[in-house]
Design a protein around this ligand. Structure first.
Ligand code: PLP
Length: 363
């Protein structure tokens, strides 16, 4: 029995999108970012389809440990590093690398005494003002790490771009320049670019790149689609019509009666809602594909259902296929209609949505 609502993953597209990364950054090593359950696509499933990347990156220690326990032997870096002694022990035990971004981590490292060494990425805060040592303190952090017996040498060096998705923003050039200048005398491989950095800023490529969203076939830029960038979406979110009805002028649909019928029409109820991860804030007019044709969302998104105007499809019937995003309807477009970014939609797919892996299509 096929469930009413499911996400189809075209995992072959991961390799296609990885090829786009390599084309944009031919001389860089690739750290594939698979945090947050691989942006909702499944941590282990995605890692298995990216055997040829140089490293994986996740945000938290437990995500990295899950990869090791599942048998992955590639390099793995934890972007937030460790938060306590127990997490440091786990990193050492499983041979996982840590981003070091704050004095508290240095203090924990300095109390550590054993043979094993930890591979670290020293993070410079070049202007994002989230994680990392500021320019004035990063040299001291570097020296402490170099002197720390628990730390493998050479170190690796990292910063993160705040505005790389806006090609007109001068912040990115400033950040790249400040990072390069600040760490000029440090030894170790460097990493700057996320997806937007890779595709938008050649000066950001450096020794390592850290693609996330583009691996999943989604554009990091508001003004450029994934198709224009040559990326293929991995996830398509599917459902079906479960009721078709008619409505006349003056009647309303759904909670709070926000949508009021102005012209007699046929409409359909689709088995998807915010309980599946469809955005609660999608506005009336948000496109939905019914039988491959665009129709507008009408009324409020409920937990389990949405309603769509079928005025253009009077013959649509319960059971007809619906696509919410993916093939033929970019998740970027749905994000724009919901005043959010595609990242939140991909990450927000809930447990209830069954994942179906699309069989490889040859030729
Ligand atoms: C999430 C993340 C990335 C990947 O970003 P995308 O925009 O998805 O490519 C890279 N580096 C760091 C530090 C991150 O937190």
């Amino acid at each position: 029995m096929t469930p009413a609502t499911y996400a189809v993953l075209n995992l072959e597209a991961l390799q296609h999108n990885l090829a786009c990364v390599r084309q944009a950054a031919p001389n860089a090593k690739v750290m594939a970012v698979i945090k947050a359950n691989a942006y909702g696509h499944g941590l282990l499933r995605v890692a298995a389809k990216l055997p040829n990347v140089d490293a994986f990156a996740v945000a938290r220690v437990d995500e990295a440990v899950r990869l090791r326990q599942a048998g992955f032997t590639q390099r793995i870096a934890v972007l937030e590093g460790f938060t306590c002694n127990e997490e440091l022990q786990a990193l050492l035990r499983y041979d996982i690398e840590a981003v070091i971004h704050c004095p508290e981590q240095l203090a924990i490292l300095n109390t550590y005494s054993a043979e094993q060494t930890l591979s670290v990425w020293l993070k410079h805060d070049s202007g994002m003002n989230r994680l990392g040592f500021k320019t004035a303190t990063v040299l001291a952090a570097y020296q402490q790490l170099m002197a720390c017996k628990a730390v493998k040498k050479p170190l690796q060096l990292m910063t993160h771009l705040a505005n790389a998705d806006n090609r007109q923003d001068a912040t990115t050039d400033k950040q790249i320049h400040l990072f390069n200048q600040t760490i000029a005398q440090f030894s170790g491989e460097r990493s700057i670019a996320n997806s937007a950095g890779i595709l938008g800023w050649t000066e950001a490529l450096s020794d390592w790149v850290r693609p996330g969203i583009m691996l999943y076939g989604v554009s990091p830029f508001a003004e450029q689609t994934a198709a224009q960038l040559g990326l293929k979406p991995v996830m398509s979110l599917h459902s079906q019509l479960i009721a078709v009805k008619d409505i006349t002028i003056g009647e309303s649909i759904g909670y709070s009666g926000r949508w009021v019928c102005e012209k007699t029409t046929r409409y359909g109820v689709v088995a998807i809602g915010y309980g599946d991860g469809y955005p609660r804030y999608a506005k009336t007019g948000t496109p939905v594909l019914v039988n491959g044709q665009r129709v507008p969302l009408i009324g409020r998104v409920s937990m389990d259902m949405i309603t769509v105007d079928l005025g253009s499809q009077p013959h649509a019937k319960p059971g007809d296929p619906v696509i919410l995003w993916g093939n033929g309807l970019a998740v970027e477009e749905i994000a724009a209609w919901s005043d959010t970014i595609p990242y939140t939609l991909l990450c927000g797919i809930t447990q209830r949505v069954q994942i179906v892996e699309q069989a490889e299509v040859k030729g």
